[in-house]
Design a protein around this ligand. Structure first.
Ligand SMILES: [Zn+2]
Length: 391
């Protein structure tokens, strides 16, 4: 038995490193090698394989493990194939070699975000199949393109297709963020609203103490803005995050400009009141003086939330994690992922990463994952997949 487990671990590590060596990196990702890697994987696991291209060169790869009751809504296990760019000179190990060091850390772009997750789903299925286990519901393991650029030509298109409708997905797991000593699970995401504020005023010679200058209005606006930021910060997870990210204006030291433009990154949790937030910004504009105004705020709708009350898939997931004696916390994701498109299509979706004691190195130089953490995640999915697919 010991030998059999060891053999399975070796296979998992080999497949993980093989996947990481495919440079599916932005910009202009070529997914061909990912597709053939996954096609071979499906043959090896003896599960079915399909590729759907809602957009040319943007394949959605679906490996399907047939359930005993395939007419029930299915379970989707999603991850993405693409990875963010690297600055190679900052890396100790080459970012697409998947070197392993003496501590068992595998270095590569995508080791955490998020090729590990796809491998963990598939290797859990290998182990469950080895025990002649068959799920009640069909399990679709999906590999999406272009998540790192918003999934616009990937998941966003796919959820509108007949192929997606045919999968009849009742519940989905997608990527999350590693907790330190606990599991974090995400049932919602914050919505990013770019806020652009124009502060117009009287221009003139830089030596003059003239009235009604753009700079004074910027000062008044920022005072109100940062008071709001301080109040939000105290709210913790439910906060609206706001940050000044771009300041534009001015031509020369001795010229008072007639306008400054401020750009803010703001992120609203699903519980926020977007309309009230917009009204508040408009009020700050009015209070900051004439000629202070915001550009069109865009759609007020916020990203949908996965309701956990009486959600049988969630209850099965939660019970399994409790049995594993790992603390579990439900959070709102600060960033965005393909889960937003799935929730938008009405699918109950949770973001989840099974990595413990792992510093989050997504998008950073020298991204790595320890092989023990990889294997722990596979073992976790060996319990979680049966639980959610038997609902
Ligand atoms: Zn990701």
């Amino acid at each position: 038995m010991q030998d059999a487990t060891k053999k399975l671990d070796t296979i998992a590590i080999e497949n993980f490193r093989k996947y990481l060596r495919i440079p599916s990196v932005h910009p202009n990702v070529n997914y061909d090698d990912c597709v053939s890697f996954l096609r071979d994987y499906s043959k090896d696991l003896e599960i079915s394989f399909n590729v759907y291209e809602c957009q040319v060169k943007k394949p959605m790869v679906v490996l399907s493990w047939l359930g005993k009751e395939p007419n029930l809504p299915s379970v989707m296990l999603n991850s993405h194939m693409d990875v963010v760019p690297v600055i190679e000179s900052n890396w100790v190990h080459k970012p697409f070699d998947a070197d392993i060091d003496e501590n068992g850390n595998v270095y590569a772009r995508g080791a955490q975000d998020v090729k590990s997750l796809g491998i963990q789903y598939l290797e859990a299925i290998r182990r469950l199949k080895a025990e002649y286990y068959q799920p009640r519901r069909t399990v679709h393991v999906t590999f999406a393109p272009d998540e790192e650029v918003g999934g616009v030509l990937g998941m966003k298109l796919f959820v509108k297709s007949e192929h997606f409708r045919d999968l009849d997905v009742g519940f989905a797991l997608d990527e999350g963020i590693p907790g330190e000593t606990e599991y974090w699970v995400y049932n919602a995401e914050k919505t990013t609203k770019r806020v652009v504020v124009h502060c117009e005023g009287q221009g003139g010679h830089g030596s003059l103490l003239i009235d009604d200058t753009a700079g004074e209005k910027v000062s008044r606006f920022l005072t109100k803005f940062y008071a709001f930021r301080k109040d939000e910060k105290a709210k913790g997870d439910d906060a609206i995050s706001v940050n000044l990210t771009i300041m534009q204006g001015g031509v020369q030291n001795n010229v008072i400009p007639s306008e400054f433009v401020l750009t803010f990154d703001t992120r609203l949790p699903p519980t926020a009141d977007a309309k009230a937030f917009k009204e508040k910004i408009n009020q700050w504009c009015d209070e900051s003086g004439d000629g202070v105004w915001i550009e069109d705020f865009g759609d007020l709708a916020l990203a949908p939330i996965t309701n956990l009350d009486n959600n049988l898939f969630w209850l099965a997931f939660k019970k399994t994690v409790e049995e594993m004696k790992i603390p579990l916390k439900v959070l709102v994701l600060n960033a965005s992922s393909d889960a937003v498109h799935l929730r938008g299509a009405g699918v109950s979706t949770l973001g989840f990463c099974p990595h413990l004691n792992t510093p989050n190195r997504a998008h950073r130089d020298n991204e790595y994952l320890n092989i023990d953490v990889l294997i722990h995640g596979i073992e976790a999915f060996c319990k979680i997949i049966p639980a959610i697919s038997n609902v």
